[in-house]
Design a protein. Structure first.
Length: 277
């Protein structure tokens, strides 16, 4: 029995290590490529660390391109769209979890169906709509796009979090004299912090990493987001690997910092729906 337990533990470690390497190795290779000179990048010799590490690629990205502008645009779009998604998902998820009405099942089915529609099918009609109201080539068009794309899933997710909170807590608060809104603000939402953070990060990452929307709706360089800006390092006949990987590493930092700061809440939020109250 003990031997079997040891073998199972060893198997888990091997499997988890394998998947960990699949995640870490591309990031590590991107990092060391960003430290290489152009001649070292194009060589056929495999280098696990640059012979002459340099920060020239980072200096070029920060000083000779519009990367700081792309970073500001991406932060604006991702943060604003994620906050709007929360403003819709919190009351919507609460209503779906606490109230029964005719057509509720149909509503949930409609939300789920929206997640099966490929993004490419939505881009053309949304492009025509935004063109008719003069929103193309603006950050507002990207914010609206990401709100539309993320709200259905985030609303369903938020409903699951609310359903995990016993209604007796709200009933006790109302017995003590709290109204419906006061109960939600002072009793329910504090308990929902892990779920709220998890939904915010999901909406943030969805907007932060998207390329198709930026390519479709943005034309001017001053409005480009990071994924769009990085795509311009791919030329017709060559790829500027050094600067592109340097920009990619810097683009990873905000999302990595967000995950590091909120990982406790993310785990609690994403697992709370599986725990019976």
């Amino acid at each position: 029995m003990k031997r079997k337990r040891i073998l199972m533990t060893a198997g888990r470690i091997v499997i988890l290590s394998f998947f960990l390497l699949l995640v870490i190795l591309p990031i590590y290779w991107m990092f060391i490529t960003s430290l290489k000179l152009p001649g070292d990048i194009s060589t056929l010799d495999i280098q696990y660390w640059p012979k002459n590490p340099t920060l020239d690629n980072y200096r070029a990205v920060l000083g000779g391109s519009g990367f700081p502008v792309y970073l500001a645009n991406s932060l604006t779009v991702a943060v604003v769209s994620a906050l709007i998604v929360l403003l819709v998902a919190i009351p919507g998820g609460y209503g779906l979890s606490r109230y029964q009405y005719k057509g509720k099942g149909l509503t949930m089915t409609a939300f789920l169906i929206t997640q099966m529609i490929p993004l490419t099918l939505l881009l053309v009609p949304m492009f025509l709509i935004f063109s008719s109201i003069k929103l193309n080539d603006t950050l507002t068009s990207l914010i609206l796009l990401y709100v539309v794309l993320n709200v259905p899933f985030c609303l369903i997710t938020m409903q699951g979090f609310f359903m995990n909170i016993p209604t007796v807590i709200e009933e006790a608060a109302r017995i003590d004299g709290c109204g419906r809104l006061e109960t939600i603000m002072r009793v329910v939402l504090p308990v929902m912090i892990p779920g709220i953070i998890a939904v915010f990060i999901f909406a943030f990452i969805g907007a932060w990493n998207d390329l198709l929307g930026g390519v479709m709706f943005i034309n001017s360089e001053a409005k480009r987001t990071i994924p769009v800006g990085l795509s311009y390092y791919v030329g017709q006949f060559a790829v500027n690997w050094g600067e592109m990987t340097a920009g990619g590493i810097m683009a990873l930092l905000p999302s990595a910092a967000l995950f590091a700061f909120a990982q406790k809440y993310i785990v609690e939020g994403m697992t709370s729906g599986a725990v019976k109250g």
